[in-house]
Design a protein around this ligand. Structure first.
Ligand code: ARG
Length: 459
């Protein structure tokens, strides 16, 4: 038989394949709570404006509460024949309260309904992402605080560049994740407008109050244009873009943890709670959580591209293509929350290996720049010449298989006669980091200032 919700002009029901391609309830049931909240706000507004009688409004309100508790308790029979969550809820409401249920859809369409539900869902995910980020930032801050003056090699091209502090490296990620938080906050402000009351696309002739429903659902205002309200999904794309950038940051940190926890680096020891073993090699302790974060972020990038592709070229207003928005966003959101939680756990539990960090910092001629700078300052050499002299000294040390501080003064003076014993003061890694006092630099005092600013910001 034809569909009870829209089958008036149909003589036959859908083919099984039609039903299979059309139905979305298997996934959009995740919008149940938002759908019912939206319906409750809509019904209250219809009563307030005199479109719905107080008796019907009361029956609808109570009925919707029952439906929600049935769904939450897990004893709700979702039906594919009823397509989506919206019609499943309405059909169950009709079972419970009878004909009054049919009045709920006055001045409303599934088009503004789904746009509203999905915005509410995405808004919750933005809030969840922001708290996940805050927890991760706090874990990084604790690491930075503990090792604000521990020296480690800083890299470019993954080759030893200049010594930095552990705290400085941790705080670099704090800045990145902090920008991710502010991106989510911006997206939230932009998306917080209510589509409800846009109806199918043109608005409605009923005397509704869109400001009332917007307020009831925590939106800042009703969306200004009914066509835009039902056909825009850029709020979801904003979420996916913010999520993608955040995921990219997570993946970079994950990659560093994989490298740092290797036997060749030993910069950090991951906790047992966030590592796994090998079924054949008894010695193994693998950084699987970091690897999975690194890999899983591909799903988030993929969702972003997939939804962009769904939306490109769609004429206004609603097209069924847009039903394909949800699974992508659901999966991306689940992946992001899991990755944030796993990263927070790993960072919180890991132990930085201070002796290994400091030993690595001193190798690889990491203070060559300090030496060149000293030649400029003490001997007034042009930087280019100082660079050349230092390069010659590095080559000499390399030939002797030693580090720069191990060279003898007379050997250095053979390269440049102006060099004095004072030079040894700048060749140590602690002196090197202590000297980088420029704003935002790696000197422990600068790092502590950065940490202090963030602690104040998070309260
Ligand atoms: N399940 C649909 C979606 O997710 C709801 C809106 C359907 N509207 C329509 N006119 N068929 O987009």
């Amino acid at each position: 038989q034809s569909n009870a919700m829209w089958g008036g002009r149909f003589a036959a029901g859908p083919d099984a394949i039609m039903e299979a391609i059309n139905a979305s309830v298997s996934f959009d049931k995740r919008l149940a709570a938002q759908d019912i909240a939206g319906s409750r706000a809509h019904a209250a507004m219809l009563a307030e404006t005199g479109i719905l009688s107080p008796t019907d409004a009361e029956a609808i309100r109570n009925g919707l509460c029952t439906v929600l508790s049935e769904i939450e308790a897990g004893d709700f029979a979702f039906s594919t024949a009823l397509e989506d969550i919206h019609m499943n809820v309405e059909a169950r409401l009709k079972d419970l309260i009878g004909e009054a249920a049919g009045r709920l859809h006055t001045a409303r369409s599934r088009n503004d309904q789904v746009a509203t539900d999905f915005r509410l869902w995405v808004r919750d995910q933005i809030d969840a992402a922001m708290s996940g980020l805050e927890a991760l930032i706090r874990a990084l801050l604790a690491q930075a605080d503990a090792g604000a003056d521990w020296v480690m090699p800083g890299f470019t091209h993954l080759q030893t560049a200049q010594p930095v502090t552990w705290g400085h490296h941790m705080m670099a990620y704090v800045e990145m994740f902090g920008r991710d938080m502010s991106r989510f906050a911006d997206a939230r402000v932009r998306m917080n407008e209510c589509p409800l009351g846009a109806a199918a696309l043109a608005g409605t002739s009923f005397p509704i109050d869109r400001h009332m429903t917007a307020r009831a659902l925590g939106f800042d205002r009703p969306a200004a244009n009914s066509l835009d309200a039902v056909s825009d999904r850029d709020f979801a794309l904003d979420f996916l873009s913010c999520a993608s950038i955040c995921a990219m940051h997570l993946s970079r940190l994950a990659e560093e943890l994989v490298i740092w926890s290797s036997a060749q680096f030993r910069f950090v020891a991951l906790s047992d709670r966030f590592s796994t073993g090998s079924s054949i090699m008894p010695q193994k302790k693998n950084p699987d959580a970091a690897e999975l974060i690194r890999a899983k972020i591909g799903r988030i990038f993929g969702a972003n591209v997939a939804l962009m592709t769904v939306m490109k070229g769609l004429p206004l207003a609603y097209s069924k293509d847009m039903q394909e928005d949800k699974e992508q966003v659901f999966d991306a959101a689940d992946t992001l929350m899991l990755a944030l939680a796993a990263m927070e756990g790993m960072v919180r539990d890991m132990t930085a290996n201070r002796p290994a960090l400091e030993a690595a910092a001193a190798s690889g001629f990491s203070t060559a720049t300090d030496l060149a700078d000293w030649l400029v300052r003490a001997l007034n050499l042009p930087f280019r010449e100082a660079h050349h002299v230092t390069g010659t000294l590095v080559a000499l040390a390399e030939k002797r298989n030693c580090d720069l501080p191990d060279l003898r003064l007379e050997d250095m003076r053979a390269v440049h006669p102006g060099i004095t014993a004072e030079v040894f003061g700048v060749l140590g890694v602690h002196n090197s980091v202590a000297s980088r006092v420029s704003y935002g630099g790696t000197a422990p005092e600068q790092v502590r200032t950065q940490i202090g600013r963030w602690k104040e910001r998070l309260g």
